[in-house]
Design a protein around this ligand. Structure first.
Ligand code: NAG
Ligand code: NAG
Ligand code: NAG
Ligand code: NAG
Ligand code: NAG
Length: 825
């Protein structure tokens, strides 16, 4: 299968990356979806793959929940909804960057049991059962932080850099919300990447292309939306290095923000609700737990109906103590979704129209996203584009997160990756708006980034009639989503009069104000720079080419593409202040306080965990002591303890046990540890005794061994010394040294003999008379003493010069220069 070859390629890739850089930062990629999130980790030495969660699953439910004080993630969190509907938060992506009064928020309230509240930034916070409120960004940050920890466990180091996928239609507001959540989670945004583009990168990884572009559509059916991205793939040559690379260009995007798996679930749940109401005549909509249970059941039934013509919905005690059972047919489900049929394939047509291409030029439509497996959706797409164009050659769940990981690796420039370059586009129209310079006059709109503008470009606007400070607004030309504002930001430009005056004074003719607006690689627009610019003419201030527009009533605004005119003498930077009057991203202070809240939560959980460990350890220790006391008389514990000691332990165990299940329930970690230490101090002497009994024979053997070796050495050394003295030869040792060693061994023997004698009279349940620790250390001292002498090198016999003629038979002064160097130790 194709997927296997992809895996192999990725493995090779990981190996290559290890060859290059070794101690470099890891790159995390997260595909944060409405229902599921996936993550991948790129780190030298770690095979590049999707991260597994604690249950070894490759995808993690996008949920966070509280069960009293315990915070849960993933499926555990999602499942809590049926018990604690106000404390379980899922489908949060629908709320990301959405104004409180928007269509997506009201949709969320239809499918979720969570309480939404409007926060100070006019976006959404969620309220727990106990009243604690969390912003959407904070709740998503908790999940990102959870993934960060999973990645760190695999990487064995801190992970900071992250690439997160976003739907291509995500507006500035939504992109800001993603970036804010990333920051709160303690991560750093390397980039945001449109999910279709990420899939395209993944697709290109294992394929080669010719210089003639081939066109494909990435069709991504997710939980909350469906999007189609028209992409061209071609090989190209780098003009500088002449190296080949793969060029991916996004040519068009189409999307439906309100059709997807979640909407199908919702319609299926409506069927269940209706079945319940008809049968039991009770309004289940008022019962949050019941609604949460039916939501989960709808998801289950949808999967069954993908492969079967009917399914039996069964929920025990769904609400009002009623066990619910209903047979649902696929026909019933499909009928309820009839209105959606035309919408499933529409994004493909829209994307093609935006790209200016017809279906005929498309080589394949690559299906991805969890909902692309839903028969209803797949059939609609097959019918629209033709069976032969459908390609199931990427992993529908993982292509985006793997592509995002590869993209992150290429951005970090720390990994040697296949050279793939991608240009992405803006699917919305962004205009710059400002008041005309004449007082009280109208607003002028300039389409600065038309639909399809490439990411990573800049535009410069020249204003030749501005003499005073003014504001420039960046806004969407059309409504981007129901209830979303059009205004993105206001850039206030000040210091204009002074700067123009300065330039004029220095001889510039008709100086202008230039404002640079940027569309970043991650799809954010910003006003990057504002300057006053004028050409300072040196000699003849003659005819200028400034006739353009100067006299016209309308202001002449010229675009120039990122032309850097950095003539110091003629450029003065203007002051630029960005103001958000619609949906503001989180301020630095907001983000800091959110991070502090999350950190406090983390710290609390860690200390709670320590406390639980201390509690459990103490409880376990009490069990162990009880068992020891109850054991038969032959156990080491029994043999080595006195009745009085066992009584003391028994009393303490009973006291501590009673305490643990009363006051102990609320005791802090250090008190719990203190209680354990108090018990340990009673058990320790007993344990020490049987440890000593166990270790005694070996310690004695070793002591005697060194005693014996030393004696052996002394006997031989003395004999040699005597012989050498007699022969008038130098010796390695002096008599004093050998005497000193003998004294040491005798002392050792004496100490050992006394100890061993005493020990013979010690009972098992008494403390030992001689400690094995002391035996070992004394044996070691003796050993070192002996080694020092054994290792001594033989002294050199001093050579007397031949000319003296006394060498052969003359008696030499044996101590002359041949005295062995005394060991100083
Ligand atoms: C003009 O600007 C230059 C540098 O920007 C500054 O040194 C000079 O003082 C200014 N002159 C006037 C008249 O503001
Ligand atoms: C003492 O140690 C030697 C080897 O180091 C061993 O052969 C001998 O069995 C030991 N004796 C006892 C009593 O442990
Ligand atoms: C004593 O002398 C003999 C013969 O030279 C030698 O083999 C032996 O190692 C010496 N003993 C010591 C303890 O140095
Ligand atoms: C030490 O060794 C000597 C000679 O082998 C022996 O007589 C003596 O009993 C030993 N002492 C002990 C404590 O083992
Ligand atoms: C040996 O040499 C030492 C010093 O070098 C000297 O003091 C001593 O008198 C000499 N002894 C003989 C016998 O030559």
């Amino acid at each position: 299968m194709h997927f296997t070859s992809l895996r192999r390629a990725l493995c090779i890739f990981a190996v290559v990356s290890t060859l290059f850089e070794l101690s470099l930062a890891a790159v995390l990629a997260i595909d944060y979806g409405t229902d599921w999130m996936k993550a991948s980790l790129m780190k030298p030495g770690v095979p590049f793959d999707v991260l597994l969660n604690k249950d070894s699953k490759r995808k993690i439910q996008s949920s966070v929940a509280w069960k009293r004080d315990d915070r849960l993630f993933g499926t555990d969190a999602a499942n809590l909804a049926s018990r604690f509907p106000s404390d379980s938060f899922s489908s949060l992506k629908l709320l990301q960057g959405a104004p409180f009064d928007s269509g997506s928020v009201s949709y969320f309230t239809q499918i979720s049991t969570s309480d939404v509240v409007k926060n100070t930034r006019s976006s959404v916070s969620l309220r727990q059962g106990g009243g604690t409120e969390w912003s959407t960004e904070e709740l998503i940050a908790m999940q990102l932080s959870y993934v960060k920890k999973l990645a760190e466990d695999v990487a064995g180091e801190l992970v900071r850099d992250v690439v997160v996928t976003v739907p291509p239609y995500y507006t500035q507001f939504e992109r800001d919300a993603v970036a804010d959540a990333i920051e709160i989670a303690g991560l750093k945004t390397l980039a945001l990447i449109n999910d279709g583009s990420a899939v395209a990168i993944n697709y290109a990884m294992t394929r080669t292309f010719s210089p003639t572009p081939e066109y494909h559509v990435i069709y991504d059916a997710g939980a909350s939306s469906i999007r189609a991205t028209v992409v061209s793939f071609a090989s190209a040559e780098d003009p500088k290095t002449k190296a080949q690379f793969t060029q991916i260009s996004v040519l068009g995007v189409g999307f439906d923000r309100s059709t997807g798996g979640t909407e199908l679930d919702r319609r299926l749940r409506e069927i269940l609700i209706e079945a319940f109401v008809n049968k039991h005549k009770r309004d289940i909509r008022r019962d949050k737990r019941g609604m949460a249970k039916l939501w989960k059941e709808a998801g289950r039934i949808k999967t069954i109906l993908s492969a079967n013509s009917d399914a039996m919905a069964t929920v025990e005690s769904v609400a009002f103590d009623i066990d619910f059972k209903a047979k649902i047919t696929r026909a019933q489900f499909e009928k309820s979704c009839e209105g959606l049929n035309g919408r499933f394939a529409q994004p493909i047509y829209d994307a093609l129209a935006n790209a200016g291409l017809s279906l005929d030029s498309i080589a394949s439509v690559i299906l991805t996203g969890g909902s692309s497996r839903t028969p209803m959706i797949q059939t609609a797409v097959r019918t629209a584009v033709g069976d032969d164009r459908i390609a199931l050659n990427v992993n529908a769940d993982e292509a985006a997160v793997l592509g995002a990981g590869l993209y992150g690796a290429s951005l970090s420039r720390q990994f040697k990756t296949k050279d793939i370059r991608i240009t992405d586009i803006l699917p919305h129209e962004v205009q710059a708006s400002y008041f005309a310079s004449a007082p009280g006059s109208r607003t002028i709109h300039s389409l600065i980034f038309p639909r399809g503008s490439k990411h990573g470009t800049k535009k410069t606007l020249s204003f030749n009639k501005r003499k005073e400070d003014f504001s420039l607004w960046l806004d969407y030309k059309n409504e981007v989503a129901p209830g979303f504002p059009r205004e993105i930001l206001e850039a206030q430009i000040s210091g204009v009069a002074d700067a123009l005056g300065n330039l004029t004074e220095r001889g510039a003719v008709d100086p202008v104000v230039k404002v640079t607006v940027a569309l970043s690689d991650s799809g954010f627009v910003s006003v990057e720079e504002a300057i006053a610019y004028g050409e300072v003419k040196s000699s003849i201030a003659g005819e200028t080419d400034g006739a353009a527009g100067g006299e016209k009533e309308n202001e002449q605004v010229a675009f120039s593409k990122d032309k850097k005119e950095k003539d110091e003498s003629s450029t003065i930077p203007l002051q630029l202040t960005t103001v958000y009057s619609t949906l503001a991203p989180m301020s630095v202070a907001d983000k800091r306080s959110a991070r502090d809240r999350l950190r406090a939560l983390d710290n609390m959980e860690v200390s709670k965990q320590f406390r639980e460990e201390a509690f459990n350890t103490l409880e376990g220790y009490l069990y162990k002591l009880r068992d020891l006391l109850d054991d038969g008389p032959e156990t080491p514990f029994m043999k080595c303890s006195k009745p009085s000691e066992r009584e003391a332990i028994s009393r303490k165990v009973a006291d501590t046990s009673a305490w643990l299940h009363s006051d102990g329930e609320a005791a802090d970690t250090s008190t719990l540890m203190e209680k354990r230490r108090a018990l340990e101090s009673l058990e320790k002497p007993i344990v020490h005794r049987y440890k000593e009994i166990e270790e005694f024979p070996e310690a004695l053997n070793s002591s005697q061994k060194w005693n014996w070796s030393t004696r052996l050495f002394l006997a031989e050394a003395r004999a040699n010394l005597t012989a050498e003295t007699a022969a008038g030869l130098p010796s390695k040792w002096t008599t004093e040294e050998l005497d000193a060693l003998e004294k040491a061994v005798k002392e050792h023997e004496a100490w050992l003999n006394t100890g061993v004698e005493k020990q013979k009279r010690v009972k098992m349940n008494e403390d030992p008379a001689i400690e094995t620790r002391d035996m070992r250390s004394r044996a070691k001292t003796l050993e070192l003493h002996l080694q020092r002498l054994v290792k001594r090198k033989a002294p050199k016999v001093k050579k007397t010069p031949k000319s003296t003629g006394t060498q052969e038979n003359g008696e030499s002064n044996e101590t002359d220069g041949t005295q062995p160097a005394h060991d100083e130790l």
